[in-house]
Design a protein around this ligand. Structure first.
Ligand code: TXE
Length: 493
């Protein structure tokens, strides 16, 4: 089925076009790729299969728009961003619907999290840019004054993934625009719809032509051309670690600025002295929110031995109450996984777990949803593992699958938490402040949550260490990334 109708005033065209120089346009090659509705496993629209020529066209538009946009007053830039934020809010229902349809996530989640956050991203950076300042260093006694300029880089590239489509797309483009850059941005080919709809809202908000160019298409074609473009001097990327590695290789010889937010295999450390009920409730979310397809999900759960069997029983009981179903059903907790290949990848890890000696405590099976029999549904799965070195505990699965394992001492918990190639986030459950400090300092990650999860203040630095990436985004960190720093040293008599 191809959707050609409209929902709350926004058209679902059967073709998802590029947005270049303020206009929707077809890919130069005339090639299209299928776009699937994961809840039904059916093609419902076509995406522009863009290539290097489309990237060049977008680059030329962005280049032409740069002199004017970079010299636009902060107040005007800020106002346009705030207007985009308001338009996203006004279109909450339609955008949430589009996100669920494209991604398979529960509509309730898209309404409560994805779309409000996309709006907040624009609102936050619309305000942040008005407060962004730079330093001055007076060399006292030497009659010298230094001041630091933070100037927009020029044309920058943003590449985003499919798990939180509009949320992560706007997380990059809002600061890049606020800082005065012009952009070529590529959303994931798996979930192109909301980025496509955003183009129209940017036009309505008065964003000048060419400032934001959205090119649809695959990673190897459009994405690769964007990263390889010699005049696009900075790339902000969120996606898989392998892709990040490839992007680094392409970009390094051109000395591009890179911000890479990659995979995770995040530990949850649960100590017996925690607030048990709160921990249980939040652990359910940190394990299975968005079908477990969030780079911040806590996929390795380590529990202090004295609490282990109680936790195991209660957690299994709770997880069994989660309803897997059509994303548009009100009582659905877990929707469809994003694509068939991804479903197959996640399922293969469940099979691997069995081979590795893991014990499936609940879930593990595909789910057939009535009326959506070809959708990509999987039961939320808990695997008890006995060795932190097994592959299911070392590799990113990125689905509704968590492992649990006991630990005896704080040292052992830390050692297992850190013994992995990733280092994005960790969640710690304890009521002991000394332990909080000790463990937080020793965890090899970029973000630690204590007695909470996915609690985000947009001013805070966000990003990982080790194979989870390089660089930090969020707050002024993002504005720093999207600007070039220049020191001006003045000697006076
Ligand atoms: O992501 P890709 P995939 C992890 C997760 C998942 C795995 C693979 O484990 O199973 O990555 O997912 C673009 N040059 N995460 O393959 O390919 C691509 O078009 C430039 C974690 O779907 O990394 C898309 O826009 N761009 C993650 C974006 O990269 C390229 C979120 C991400 O897709 C490119 C998603 C190339 N050569 C997956 N190849 C997180 N950190 O949140 C691909 N792309």
């Amino acid at each position: 089925m191809i959707i050609t109708g409209s929902f709350n005033g926004i058209n679902y065209m059967k073709k998802i076009l590029n947005y270049i120089n303020g206009e929707y346009c077809e890919p130069i090659s005339g090639a299209w790729i299928d776009n699937f509705d994961p809840s039904k496993g059916e093609v419902y629209s076509k995406i522009a299969d863009s290539n290097a020529e489309d990237i060049e066209k977008a680059y030329q538009a962005a280049k032409a728009a740069f002199p004017s946009w970079s010299n636009t007053t902060i107040e005007k830039r800020s106002n346009i961003l705030l207007k985009i934020a308001s338009l996203i809010e006004e279109n909450l229902d339609s955008l949430a619907y589009a996100e669920s349809l494209d991604n398979g996530k529960p509509l309730s989640l898209a309404k409560a999290v994805d779309i409000p956050r996309a709006s907040s991203n624009f609102r936050f950076f619309g305000h942040a840019i008005t407060q962004f300042a730079s330093e001055a260093h007076e060399s006292v006694g030497l009659n010298t004054m230094n001041f630091t300029l933070r100037q927009p880089i020029g044309v920058v590239g943003c590449i985003s993934p499919w798990n939180l489509p509009l949320y992560l797309f706007t997380w990059k483009i809002a600061p890049a625009l606020a800082a005065g850059n012009t952009l070529v941005a590529k959303p994931s080919e798996v979930t192109p719809m909301t980025a496509y709809l955003l183009g129209d809202l940017c036009t309505k908000a008065g964003l000048p032509k060419g400032v934001l160019n959205i090119v649809q298409g695959t990673g190897p074609s459009a994405g690769q051309a964007l990263v390889a473009h010699p005049n696009i001097k900075a790339i902000s990327f969120t996606g898989g670690t392998k892709t990040g590695e490839h992007i680094s290789r392409t970009a390094a010889p051109m000395f591009k600025k890179l911000s890479l937010e990659l995979g995770g295999k995040n530990p949850n450390l649960i100590f017996a002295d925690c607030n048990y009920d709160l921990m249980l409730e939040v652990t359910l979310k940190s394990s299975f929110a968005n079908q477990g397809q969030i780079c911040l999900c806590g996929s390795r759960i380590f529990v202090e031995k004295s609490l282990y069997s109680t936790f195991k029983n209660d957690f299994v009981k709770k997880v069994r109450t989660l309803k897997v179903g059509n994303p548009f059903d009100k009582d659905t907790n877990i929707g469809a996984l994003v694509s068939k290949p991804h479903l197959e990848k996640v399922k293969s890890y469940i099979e691997l777990a069995k081979e590795e000696g893991g014990k499936i405590l609940c879930g593990g099976n595909l789910v057939t949803v009535e009326g959506s029999e070809n959708g990509y549904y999987l039961e939320p799965t808990i695997i008890e593992v006995f060795d932190n070195q097994c592959r299911v505990n070392q590799e990113e699965i990125f689905g509704p699958v968590v492992t649990i394992m006991p630990f005896e001492t704080e040292e052992e918990a830390l050692q297992m938490a850190n013994n992995v190639k990733y280092g994005l986030s960790a969640t710690l459950w304890t009521s002991n402040i000394d332990r909080t400090m000790r463990v937080s300092k020793q965890l090899e990650v970029g973000i630690v949550w204590v007695n909470t999860w996915l609690n985000r203040d947009l001013r805070t630095p966000f990003g990982g260490v080790k194979n989870s990436g390089i660089g930090r985004e969020g707050g002024f960190e993002a504005l720093k990334f999207f600007t070039e720093t220049k020191n001006v040293c003045i000697k006076y008599e």
